[in-house]
Design a binder for this molecule. Structure first.
Ligand SMILES: [Zn+2]
Ligand SMILES: [Zn+2]
Length: 606
């Protein structure tokens, strides 16, 4: 559904006469001051939990107070704090290598450092070298299994980081996919190993160095203690046989038949400790009360929102900065100072309006969106107003870089009311609307869809500055951003005026989905990334998808699929690799503390 701008321009010309339109065009942008402040160096990229983010929240709250918006019923102020995991560090992991009567202790993060997904534990056992620790699933039609001739049950497995260095390009391309350390840890765990140690081989980049502790947004551990160790420690392990360099060279051809072995006479004790840093961030939420009695049957709230956090200096993995720009302030002018400014300006329009309002307007600014939609998830999980009383939610994320009049409206599949309403409002606005029904977007709108609220997301498209320091306020198209404010205000007002709240429609199998690259199967599950559990907690299931047909529901925790235990989202992703379309598998899951089983038939991903 699109409308040409020409018709709208004509309509405007006919309606407006001259002076009012000209005066508005000449007026200063309403959104520009907000964007310029939020995207300034002072706020240092507004990373969730940082001083810059707190300044941004204070600014937004002050703006809301200025225009007369109120704290939600029962609350004293506009801040809704929530906790999240901001990163992890080693809490003092240690290894003791015993050979005969001699014991040597290794401490300090240059010698031994837990991997970010490690479980905390202390384990001892004999040590088995398992080459690169790689297992390529059968489905890849490529044989490589570091454990093919090894029994690693109750042992501590030592593997090389990365994948064979000298293999041909095609082999490397396949092996690279399975060289993720989480995958190596899972492979070891599933063969009964007590722990996994990773060493960066002498022939590899970063030889002998421990693996940096990376940011890992998953809260759950991998179900096995896992650490990386120094070259010095590796030398102590391999002291009595072939040196590690020679062992690596044999493996580096890519020959899958080079066997691992138990290190003679060595036992090892590993203690791992990972400190996951909990931080607090704040959603900022206010409301404009209805000025008329709300019809009893209607859902009395309409919500609008935008995330105001961004990537800080991009240190946590989702920055797209080039090498030269790495570590710079990620200004986030479009993502999402633009949406924040739009929602503030819409709120101001509504607050100033003298027309009666038949529903309350909830105005929300989310934090920690960039690390997994955490703020809006905290809100919809424990809603401060009953979520079933929310008639609709409109999300604004990246609305500042409109090109050629194109406004993308996503999640329109969430209600049959959207198409007509948008078309009607766009007569005055005159955008070229690009409508996308899919609500399973990588933005806060996904959480509202999940909560059963008819939702929309406005978006002006991605661009080369996305998630880079160069997403700056001078590149914002303020003229069109201000037009989105007018459109958004009209949309919100229409929703407050409706006699009947829009009906919610559950959207079937999404047409596009932010997915883990290369996964070709779908089970139709929607994982909950934000809650800490052992297993895969479902935030929901896709309408009409395999999981729904298998009777799985929101809140179920999948602990096993096709005979593979699932400790976390990564296990689940890897397990998907083994599935085949239309071949039923058994899924074991927990519901209300009870262990249950069902049969699920995966489908090929479109
Ligand atoms: Zn965003
Ligand atoms: Zn972003």
């Amino acid at each position: 559904m699109t409308r040409t701008r020409a018709i709208a321009l004509l309509a405007l010309t006919l309606l407006a006469g001259t002076s009012a339109t000209l005066a508005q065009t000449a007026a200063a942008s309403r959104t520009r001051p907000h964007v310029e402040f939020l995207a300034s160096d002072t706020l240092e990229g507004r990373e969730a939990g940082s001083p810059g983010e707190r300044l941004a929240a204070d600014y937004v709250a002050a703006q809301l107070a200025r225009l007369g918006a109120r704290p939600l019923p029962g609350r004293a102020d506009l801040f809704l704090p929530f906790e999240f995991t901001a990163g992890s560090r080693d809490g003092g992991s240690q290894i003791v290598v015993t050979r005969g009567a001699e014991a040597r202790t290794f401490t300090g993060t240059t010698q031994v450092q837990a991997l970010s997904f490690s479980d905390d534990a202390e384990v001892s056992g004999p040590v088995v070298f398992a080459g690169y620790g790689l297992v390529v699933p059968e489905s890849q039609n490529f044989g490589y299994d570091s454990y093919a001739t090894l029994d690693v049950k109750d042992t501590i497995v030592v593997v090389l980081r990365y994948f064979p260095e000298d293999a041909d390009e095609k082999t490397r391309a396949i092996l690279a996919r399975y060289s993720d350390l989480r995958y190596k840890a899972m492979a070891a765990r599933q063969r009964g190993a007590r722990a996994l140690l990773v060493v960066t081989g002498p022939r590899s980049p970063n030889a002998g160095q421990v693996v940096p502790m990376t940011f890992d947004t998953a809260l759950a551990g991998s179900g096995i203690p896992a650490a990386s160790v120094s070259g010095e420690l590796a030398d102590a392990l391999f002291a009595s046989g072939k040196p590690l360099r020679d062992l690596q060279q044999e493996l580096d051809s890519g020959n899958p038949h080079v066997a691992g072995f138990e290190l003679p006479g060595v036992t090892l004790t590993l203690r791992t400790s990972v400190v996951r840093e909990r931080h607090t961030a704040r959603n900022v939420v206010a409301y404009l009360p209805a000025t008329m009695p709300v019809p009893a049957s209607a859902r009395p709230w309409v919500a609008i929102g935008a995330h105001y956090d961004h990537l800080g200096r991009g240190g946590h993995g989702n920055s797209l900065a080039s090498k030269e720009d790495a570590g710079g302030i990620h200004h986030g002018a479009d993502d999402n100072a633009s949406g924040t400014a739009a929602v503030l300006a819409i709120a101001e329009t509504l607050a100033r309006s003298t027309e009666p309002r038949r529903r309350h307007v909830l105005i929300a600014f989310w934090s920690a969106e960039e690390i997994g939609l955490v703020g809006s998830n905290a809100f919809t999980t424990k809603p401060p107003v009953p979520i079933e009383q929310v008639a609709a939610y409109i999300n604004f994320d990246m609305v500042g870089r409109m090109q050629e009049n194109r406004l993308i409206v996503q999640a329109t599949g969430t209600s049959p009311s959207w198409a007509r309403l948008l078309e009607r409002l766009n007569v005055a606005a005159g955008f070229d609307l690009a409508v996308q029904p899919d609500p399973y977007q990588p933005s806060d709108v996904a959480n509202f869809n999940q909560a059963g609220v008819p939702s929309l997301m406005l978006f002006t498209g991605s661009h080369p500055d996305y998630h880079k320091p160069s997403d700056t306020s001078d590149k914002i198209n303020y003229e069109d951003l201000d037009r989105i404010v007018v459109f958004g205000a009209a949309l919100t007002r229409s929703l407050t005026d409706l006699d009947e709240a829009p009906q919610f429609t559950k959207v079937d199998q999404p047409t596009t989905r932010a997915s883990i690259a290369g996964v070709r199967m779908t089970t139709g599950t929607i994982p909950d990334y934000a809650t800490e559990v052992k297993g895969l907690l479902l935030a929901g299931v896709m309408g009409g998808g395999p999981a729904e047909r298998a009777g799985l529901m929101k809140g179920d925790v999948i602990v096993e699929i096709a005979g593979k235990t699932i400790a976390n989202i990564y296990d689940y992703t890897y397990a998907l690799e083994l599935l085949r379309a239309d071949q039923p598998v058994t899924v074991v899951y927990m519901r209300n503390g009870e262990r249950r089983e069902t049969v699920l038939t995966p489908a090929a991903r479109r």
